[in-house]
Design a binder for this molecule. Structure first.
Ligand SMILES: *Cc1c(COP(=O)(O)O)cnc(C)c1O
Length: 372
């Protein structure tokens, strides 16, 4: 008889969240009894817990990760720190939301290449792109790995720039000094979209900062520009963190350290046991600066590799198939060329890495990749 092949999906949210079901049912029951559905105690408590977790002074819950970024930038405009039309430097290989947020805030995204080893923004490329109009650097901690924090902050300080971190993929990642992803830059944005390391049961997001005024303006902007009921000081939007999501997120936040550790364990196993010169493994310095939101390998003939994974019953995804500057939604960048970014987009494949994976599945994935 032939070997029984395991079918391993890329991600299994049901399995990841199943251990919480009973607890969440009782949270939901408390929520019903409270009779408060928007901005109740749940949001307040989650904001406290999350800022404590990040080591930041303030946290404001918002509707999603895209809004978190947009609201930070818009708040800086309201505070007079930057002006509509100013330039914001972002990595050309980030998820498109990072770039969309800049445009939604009325600012101009300036794309620069990433470092080919780490996939995160290249500091030399940032330096070369700083102009008179540059006001913000917006690095993404892509795939869960911190962007080069020390170098970016130094460059920002020397050039009088603000730094906003897109931490949507890096909840809990920690630098060499022990600082967490929500407390590395002037402000940071998070998404709690269900597949993220800290995932809600719908859309949710947050910002963290140590800047009190900034947090107040963001809170106001997210609620019709109003901090006193029926008085609007800013041209705001409706992007509040949902009360029920906050209640659920609080439960999952309790285990994020353990979950990230499990992700690193699996990554360590992949990095030491996958031995195939047709597959380039991601860079990791072994510290807590990576929370492995994704485990992204690179292959030359991606089409062939993907067919092989399908045949072997192993799920995969591509993050991301089309670089932002080649997206129809962003025609202003079409004429630009980013060779490193384009090469990355042609070669990357994400293989399963999540806390629902069984040891046997991890072994099966390693075995399959070694046989390719
Ligand atoms: C998920 C994500 C976002 C957007 O988050 P949403 O909650 O989906 O709006 C932004 N940036 C990055 C890097 C992301 O991965």
């Amino acid at each position: 008889m032939k070997d029984q092949k395991l079918l391993i999906p890329f991600l299994d949210l049901y399995k990841i969240n199943k251990p919480y079901h009973e607890k969440l049912k009782s949270c939901f029951s408390d929520f019903l009894e409270s009779g408060i559905y928007i901005r109740g105690r749940g949001v307040e408590k989650f904001e406290q817990d999350f800022s404590q977790f990040c080591g930041s002074r303030y946290c404001v819950g918002v509707g999603n990760g895209l809004d978190a970024l947009t609201l930070i930038l818009r708040a800086y405009i309201e505070l007079g720190k930057i002006r509509v039309g100013d330039e914001v430097i972002v990595a050309a290989n980030t998820f498109i939301a990072t770039i969309l947020s800049v445009k939604h805030a009325g600012l101009k995204p300036v794309l620069v290449e990433p470092d080919e080893e780490t996939f995160t923004i290249d500091v030399d490329c940032i330096r070369e792109s700083i102009s008179e109009k540059t006001k913000v650097i917006l690095p993404t901690h892509l795939y869960g790995q911190l962007s080069p924090v020390k170098d970016i902050n130094k460059l920002a300080k020397n050039n009088d720039l603000l730094v906003v971190g897109d931490a949507a993929q890096a909840h809990g990642a920690r630098d060499v000094n022990g600082n967490i992803s929500g407390n590395l830059y002037d402000a940071s944005s998070f998404s709690f979209y269900p597949v993220k390391n800290l995932g809600a049961f719908g859309d949710a997001g947050a910002i963290t900062t140590n800047d009190k005024k900034l947090s107040e303006v963001i809170r106001s902007l997210s609620n019709y520009g109003s901090s006193v009921k029926y008085r609007s000081d800013y041209f705001g939007v409706n992007s509040r963190l949902d009360e029920l999501q906050a209640v659920f997120l609080r439960e999952k936040l309790k285990n994020i350290r353990r979950d990230n550790q499990r992700r690193r364990e699996i990554a360590h196993q992949y990095l030491t046991e996958i031995k195939n010169n047709k597959i380039k493994l991601p860079f990791w310095d072994g510290t807590d600066n990576h929370v492995f939101h994704l485990f992204v390998v690179r292959v030359k003939n991606r089409e062939q590799f993907c067919r092989y994974l399908e045949k072997s019953g192993i799920g995969y995804l591509i993050h991301y198939p089309i670089p932002p500057h080649k997206q129809k939604a962003l025609p202003e960048f079409f004429h630009l060329s980013f060779p490193i970014t384009e090469k990355i987009h042609e070669e990357v494949v994400s293989i399963p890495l999540h806390i629902g994976l069984e040891d046997a599945e991890v072994r099966q994935i390693i075995k399959t990749l070694n046989l390719y």
